[in-house]
Ligand binder design. Structure first.
Ligand code: C2E
Ligand code: CA
Ligand code: CA
Ligand code: CA
Length: 278
């Protein structure tokens, strides 16, 4: 943590130096890992409760680290966001998701792919041009892409970010508010950023059966989404009881271990095929 001295100077203590070195290390290893194909996207199915169909899969990144084995995103995404490596990594994710979408299509699976985008990826028109190029090179129909963003992006009045979001929306890319309910409590951003989906964070779903307050909040979020014509996706759904409650509230989409965890692409394709056939 940063500490301001008596005169307002920042002291650079040993712990901070260690942290800085660790960050630099991870940063360089991420860039190297991209070159050496150490990253992989797993896919978690999202089902519509209206018809039981798998309508989307969320791409969740994993790092096949040469020394540390399979690393989960919580171990490196927050660092990548701070060092800026997230920009390179985010470009890789978009490219890979486009390629993987084609693989789903080749297996007659017609779904949307949702990818997580960090706020710091939305920095400039240059980022937008880069994404447009990636999308064009890979020939994906933009309507098949959903960008999941946390509320902090929408709270930001930064003009570049607003422009980038509306340009992407015009191309046909859909937007979901990720971790909805955990960040800012203001919702007026929904007026200036007409998003397509709200994803209710799993912390609200966890105790849905036992916590009266969580149940009320989830019901209200679903009602609000419906009234505003915004799709609602509940994440972290693990059991039948939660499915029943969500269904009774009219929540349209669910995602979670009840349905399936994030799966390697071949398994995700097989899962979608099974769901189609049954
Ligand atoms: P998230 O976007 O909120 O993703 C949902 C997380 O919940 C995933 O963890 C998923 O595996 C996990 N999950 C899914 N179903 C259940 C369930 O039923 N119960 C429980 N307890 N957990 C469930 P994961 O894959 O470890 O990802 C963690 C976070 O890392 C994600 O949270 C997202 O914020 C970030 N992330 C993942 N991939 C990317 C990426 O490609 N780019 C960026 N910028 N962030 C990513
Ligand atoms: Ca997400
Ligand atoms: Ca979440
Ligand atoms: Ca998240």
């Amino acid at each position: 943590a940063k500490r301001a001295g008596r005169n307002g100077y920042f002291f650079f203590n040993e712990g901070m130096q260690d942290e800085a070195e660790h960050f630099l290390d991870v940063h360089n290893n991420i860039l190297k890992g991209i070159q050496e194909n150490q990253f992989v996207l797993h896919y978690q199915p999202i089902m519509s409760l209206n018809n039981g169909r798998i309508v989307k899969c969320e791409a969740l990144i994993r790092w096949k680290h040469p020394d540390k084995g399979l690393m989960q995103p919580d171990e490196f995404i927050p660092i990548a966001e701070r060092t800026g490596a997230i920009r390179e990594l985010g470009n890789w994710v978009l490219k890979q998701a486009c390629k993987d979408h084609r693989k789903f299509m080749e297996n007659d699976i017609d779904i949307q792919i949702a990818i997580n985008r960090s706020v710091n990826e939305f920095y400039s028109a240059r980022a937008y041009e880069k994404w447009k190029a990636i999308i064009r090179e890979n020939g994906i129909d933009c309507r098949k892409l959903v960008f999941e963003i946390t509320e902090s992006l929408f709270m930001d009045k930064h003009v570049n970010r607003i422009n980038v979001v509306s340009a992407l929306r015009k191309m046909g890319i859909e937007f979901a508010v990720d971790d909805f309910g955990t960040g800012y409590s203001a919702i007026n951003y929904l007026r200036s950023y007409p998003v397509n989906y709200l994803k209710i964070d799993k912390s609200f779903i966890q105790d849905l059966l036992h916590d009266e307050q969580d149940r009320t909040l989830v019901e209200v979020i679903v009602k609000m989404g419906t009234a505003l014509n915004i799709g609602v996706i509940a994440e972290g759904v693990e059991n039948d009881g939660q499915v029943d409650v969500l269904r009774s509230f009219g929540c349209e989409y669910i995602q979670g271990y009840w349905l399936a965890p994030a799966l390697p692409i071949e398994q995700a394709i097989a899962f979608c095929q099974d769901a189609q056939d049954s």
